[in-house]
Write a protein that binds this ligand. Structure first.
Ligand code: TEU
Length: 545
């Protein structure tokens, strides 16, 4: 089980309102008690923080906001002492525009590092092509030093590195080796499937309602991605004895591409994050919010289970620092405990490596944003500006989308206790604390056997103990049922049956479940009737109906 920490929002040790490494260190026992195997840290490198650290200006240093390299070494030792591992976020599709590589590259067309980034002359009086940035506006910025444009798929302070240049790849391998030599246990690789761009950078289709072209067919899963990853394996991972973990963040990846990326024989990545199951409540794009159909969700996750059954490996997640909170999204705050624990049960009983994002184990919810001034995230702020000022959309309807999908829902401070700043900081938090920390918090849940936290602890222990959860074959039952989520996991001699009612109304299973209940989120009768948001897991003899 991998636990993701967003350091800026986890625990603040020095009262400056921003989380830090010493704060994380002080909470390691909490993580060990939960059953965490691996901690993934969102970026802590030196950064101007335009995109909260996903814009790195020095890959070999810690941002002073988070601490020092000495603090990092102490944290890593504390993690290892408790039998856990730690992986770093590796953000190498782009750097900060304040990274010395880019500062040098920007200085002149003759710079030895000019070709480390994507520089192009404008076409006519506009950008070199019509691509839009993932964070609104054009993906190109004109630089006044030379009048040429550079490519930035994310903000203008995140210029894309040119992986076609072998010196760039070598520089990345060197910094990865530097961290592995320091003792880290692997990497979560940010948008790693965007590193190979199609030559010529052709214009993308402009979809209805959009201001810019969609360049993703020309920058996602590009022609040299697999070569680049295999070369990275040779230069970084091959020959190391330690057990290391790699997980690639790969928006837009298909099952077939994921099979190639995670087939152990190909030596590319251990697993990838796919995005399909967190886009099922979106229409034409991220801000076009629609209700989720359970049939779509089950069908989608089952497709991934079957698709990676014989080759490769799944990562299982509902949440991360970019996604709204799952209880508020696919669950129901009116059935807060039941829906948080149901969603946990269903996810963790699938085959793959489960990820828990900080606060998910407490049942943390979305924040009740009132107006745009409460947002901090550059994606949300840019979108609001473009949608309202440039496209003339109704501010209230833009706010509705931001409230549902905005990334800051995941970034409000970790709720440790019911004190005014939720025990996160003694100062003023950099982003609002969710008012529901008075009743959703670690201190109140930790000793309560009926809490969401206690349930996560039991679920994680079950995964550790039971081999059928690790490698049992997955089979989806009742694929067309609009409210029942049911499936089995089977290996020779043992089977688990999962049944769950994904709705606020009671319902009845079309069969009588048999076997012993190993985990459930309701007490009481165990027959075919399921109460609202009830989830149960049964252990059966394999071959049992
Ligand atoms: O995210 C990349 C990505 O494609 C999306 O998850 C994106 O953040 C968002 O959902 C767009 O609507 C990664 C990081 O996880 C994210 O925090 C960074 O902002 C981004 O890369 C740039 O480094």
């Amino acid at each position: 089980m991998v636990y993701q920490i967003y350091p800026r929002s986890f625990a603040d040790s020095d009262g400056d309102g921003v989380g830090d490494l010493a704060g994380i260190e002080s909470r390691l026992d909490y993580l060990a008690d939960l059953g965490v195997d691996v901690i993934w840290l969102s970026p802590i490198y030196r950064s101007p923080q335009d995109d909260n650290g996903y814009d790195i200006s020095d890959y070999r240093d810690i941002d002073p906001m988070f601490g020092t390299l000495a603090d990092f070494d102490r944290l890593l030792a504390g993690v290892h002492d408790r039998g856990m591992k730690l992986i770093m976020d590796l953000v190498v599709n782009h750097t900060s525009d304040e990274h010395p590589w880019f500062v040098e590259s920007r200085s002149s067309p003759d710079s030895p590092k000019r070709d480390w980034y994507w520089w192009r002359r404008g076409s006519g009086d506009g950008a070199p092509n019509n691509w839009g940035s993932i964070f609104s506006g054009s993906a190109w910025e004109r630089d006044t030093t030379t009048g040429e444009y550079y490519l930035h798929l994310f903000t203008r302070k995140q210029p894309d590195l040119n992986w076609e240049n072998p010196q760039v790849r070598q520089a990345v391998h060197e910094l990865m080796n530097w961290w592995l030599d320091r003792g880290v246990d692997g990497f979560r690789m940010d948008v790693i499937n965007l590193i190979s761009k199609h030559a010529g950078l052709p214009d993308g289709t402009v979809h209805p309602g959009d201001l810019y072209g969609d360049g993703s067919p020309y920058y996602a899963n590009g022609p040299r991605l697999h070569d680049f990853l295999r070369e990275m394996d040779e230069a970084v991972f091959a020959g190391r004895e330690a057990e290391l973990l790699t997980v690639g963040e790969t928006p837009g990846v298909s099952v077939d591409q994921a099979r190639l990326l995670t087939d152990p024989r190909r030596r590319e990545l251990d697993m990838v994050f796919q995005f399909e199951h967190v886009e099922l409540d979106q229409g034409s794009g991220k801000w076009d919010v629609r209700p989720l159909e359970l049939v779509d969700l089950k069908g989608n996750l089952a497709k991934w289970q079957y698709g990676l059954a014989d080759v490769g490996w799944n990562s299982l997640y509902w949440n991360n620092h970019d996604q709204p909170r799952i209880v508020s999204r696919y669950g129901d705050e009116d059935f807060w405990y039941e829906s948080a624990t149901l969603l946990a049960t269903v996810l963790h009983l699938h085959r793959g490596t489960p990820y828990v994002y900080q606060g998910e184990e407490l049942g943390m919810t979305n924040y009740p944003f009132r107006d745009i001034s409460e947002f901090r995230d550059v994606e949300s702020l840019n979108h609001y500006r473009q949608a309202v000022a440039e496209q003339g959309l109704d501010p209230q309807s833009v706010m509705r989308s931001l409230r549902a999908m905005g990334r800051d829902n995941a970034r409000t401070p970790m709720q440790w206790d019911d004190s005014p700043n939720a025990g996160f900081t003694t100062g003023t938090a950099w982003i609002a604390v969710n008012p529901n920390h008075t009743w959703i918090n670690a201190a109140s849940e930790i000793h309560d056997p009926g809490s969401v936290l206690a349930y996560y602890r039991r679920l994680i222990a079950l995964r550790h103990d039971d081999p059928v959860l690790r490698d049992g074959e997955f089979e989806l039952l009742l694929p067309d049922d609009p409210t029942i989520y049911a499936f089995t996991r089977t290996r020779p001699g043992s089977r688990l049956l999962v049944v769950a009612n994904v709705s606020g109304e009671s319902c009845t299973l079309p069969f009588e479940p048999e076997g012993d209940v190993v985990i459930a989120n309701h007490l009481g009768p165990e027959g075919a009737d399921l109460r609202p948001w009830e989830a149960r897991v049964y252990r059966q003899e394999a071959g049992h109906g």
